[in-house]
Design a protein around this ligand. Structure first.
Ligand SMILES: [Zn+2]
Ligand SMILES: [Zn+2]
Length: 322
């Protein structure tokens, strides 16, 4: 329904895409999440999950105006953009916002990703109109009756306005933006590529406070993080969290539910299912993100469509196979 703030996951994997028999349940595409506020489409990151999302937006004719937010510009968050169908449509208008204060401007990085040596079509040759802007942590992104814009404050906005706040985290190499999207009193926080601190990341907890949904990096098993998983080096300082770190943030911030995100590319469906169980023991309302997961935040109550029939079909097949 158009009264719901809707979240749909198109890519949930970290680092690199992982097709194959061991990842059919949760999916192998890299980070991309769709958030719909009524008819407005907001996309978080452009990993390979944005490729099927782009086809769906074109099929359903929802390409007029799209807001794409980059958490940061690592490959697994940008590599799907050259294949994003709406970017090639002359009537599409893309607002592309992301981090400020990097060595190279966001626009330059996106242009370099599609230099003639690396891709046949340059960023400027894509037919859509593009408003590319670096935004600062102190600013808010607003989408209301007047369109999409960057503002210095959220004071005096209409009830219909989608308001997006920014938290700059230093818990990832090069830094990362965490976004909080609020519409009609419901909010979702997207906190990918961030590593937990001993005693919890207090600034992040304050930013997440009382969010209905927290999407949080949960790349590693605790034993992997500590270097106790055979064949895997310790990952402290890599800029990613364990399940328990994600649960700590969700609990401290009193989030409504936690979605574990940015799954390690070496982990199979069984491992991720196990991590979900661990999470539930620490924070009951936890779910491991999978491609196709949809969450609807309605005005009266929250509904979670945990599994589509197609997914259940795959579950059955998976169980029979193993
Ligand atoms: Zn990443
Ligand atoms: Zn990253």
């Amino acid at each position: 329904m158009s009264n719901e703030l809707k979240i749909k996951f198109w890519g949930v994997r970290g680092s690199y895409p992982t097709p194959g028999a061991g990842t059919v349940k949760y999916g192998g595409n890299t980070a991309s999440v769709e958030v719909c506020a009524g008819k407005r489409t907001i996309i978080l990151d452009a990993g390979t999950g944005i490729i099927p999302l782009g086809r769906e937006l074109a099929r359903t004719k929802r390409t007029g105006e799209i807001l794409l937010l980059f958490s940061h510009l690592h490959h697994d968050h940008t590599q799907g953009f050259p294949f994003f169908v709406p970017a090639y449509l002359p009537n599409a208008r893309l607002h592309i916002y992301g981090p400020d204060g990097t060595h190279e401007s966001m626009k330059n990085v996106l242009e370099r990703n599609q230099s003639s040596e690396t891709f046949p079509i340059g960023l400027r040759e894509m037919a859509s109109s593009k408003d590319i802007q670096a935004v600062r942590e102190s600013q808010v992104i607003v989408w209301d009756e007047e369109g999409v814009r960057v503002a210095e404050s959220a004071i005096g906005l209409s009830e219909e306005a989608v308001v997006i706040r920014i938290h700059k985290s230093y818990a990832h190499p090069g830094g990362v933006y965490v976004y909080r999207i609020t519409w009609r009193g419901k909010s979702v926080v997207y906190a990918t590529d961030t590593e937990g601190y001993v005693g919890t990341d207090k600034r992040l907890v304050a930013f997440v406070k009382d969010a209905d949904v927290l999407i949080h990096d949960a790349q590693y098993l605790d034993e992997h993080y500590r270097g106790q998983l055979e064949g895997f080096p310790a990952t402290q300082g890599f800029g990613h969290s364990t399940v328990s770190m994600a649960c700590e943030v969700a609990a401290a911030a009193r989030a409504g539910q936690l979605i574990l995100f940015h799954h390690d590319p070496s982990y199979s469906d069984e491992v991720i299912a196990g991590m979900e169980n661990t999470a539930k023991s620490l924070f009951a309302e936890s779910t491991s993100a999978y491609e196709g997961l949809e969450i609807g935040l309605g005005e009266e109550k929250m509904s979670v469509r945990l599994q589509s029939p197609a997914m259940r079909g795959r579950d059955v097949q998976y169980a029979q196979n193993g």
